[in-house]
Design a protein around this ligand. Structure first.
Ligand code: DX5
Ligand code: ZN
Length: 238
């Protein structure tokens, strides 16, 4: 099983010192930075846009992944790509032309991912999974940070993992929302390979580095748990 990647979500960062917070995340071993873009229409909240990506690009070499929670994503790919974005995550919900949207991301030469909300079935990915680099399963309803993890998404993560193994094993399986040291092991066991975390990383009073260490330690325990379970299953079968 591949090593799990961490994608700190800057939605929970202190925007007065964003560059420093991202540098701390990089030092803590972040694999990419997750940027939540909201338009107050697709989700009932406003967040950030291209200027933030431009500023971040000047201060970090980490890949910047843009989670577009906006009604008309296609018209912003050029601007975000020019600003230094590396990948785009677009929602299945409300997009009647998802395949075309993914092709547009390809034309600007960026990685493409498709996102599904908690109440959306894994089966909608059947016809798009081969065309994308990432699938993102929302583990909260999109729009806000610091929400409670929706547990019913766990079996769905397992179903998405099976689909990916069958149809496009290189595709990453990312999760977003309510990920902390308690839920991280659950989603990894279910099949996630990339974890987005906002408040668990930037809201931890111990600091960004310590928070990321705590997440990684929780995942190490997962691995140990899995190995221990496998060992005892083996012993039982002997
Ligand atoms: C929610 C966003 C998330 C959010 C996660 O709509 O897509 O990326 O920042 O925040 P936490 O980790 O605090 O749940
Ligand atoms: Zn997000």
């Amino acid at each position: 099983m591949s090593i799990v990647k961490l994608a700190p979500s800057i939605l929970a960062a202190d925007f007065a010192r964003l560059g420093q917070q991202v540098a701390e995340a990089a030092q803590g071993g972040a694999d990419r930075i997750h940027v939540d873009v909201m338009d107050g229409h697709f989700v009932p909240n406003l967040s950030m846009g291209v200027v933030v990506v431009e500023s971040l690009r000047r201060v970090t070499h980490l890949p910047l992944e843009i989670h577009l929670m906006i009604s008309a994503p296609d018209q912003f790919f050029d601007e975000f790509a020019a600003a230094g974005s590396d990948s785009f995550l677009v929602h299945w919900e409300g997009n009647n032309n998802l395949h075309r949207t993914v092709q547009r991301i390809r034309t600007v030469g960026r990685r493409a991912g498709v996102v599904i909300n908690p109440a959306t079935s894994a089966t909608v990915l059947e016809e798009i999974v081969e065309d994308v680099d990432q699938v993102l399963v929302m583990t909260v309803n999109p729009g806000f940070g610091h929400q409670e993890f929706v547990r019913t998404t766990l079996p769905k993560i397992g179903r998405v993992r099976q689909l990916i193994e069958r149809r496009h094993p290189e595709c990453e399986l990312e999760v977003d929302g309510g990920i902390d040291a308690t839920t991280a092991p659950l989603v990894v066991r279910a099949g996630a390979t990339v974890l987005v975390a906002g408040s668990a990383i930037f809201g931890d009073r111990r600091g960004v580095g310590a928070a990321m260490n705590a997440l990684r330690t929780a995942l190490k325990n997962t691995k140990r748990d899995t190995e221990a379970a496998e060992r005892s299953a083996l012993q039982r079968s002997q």
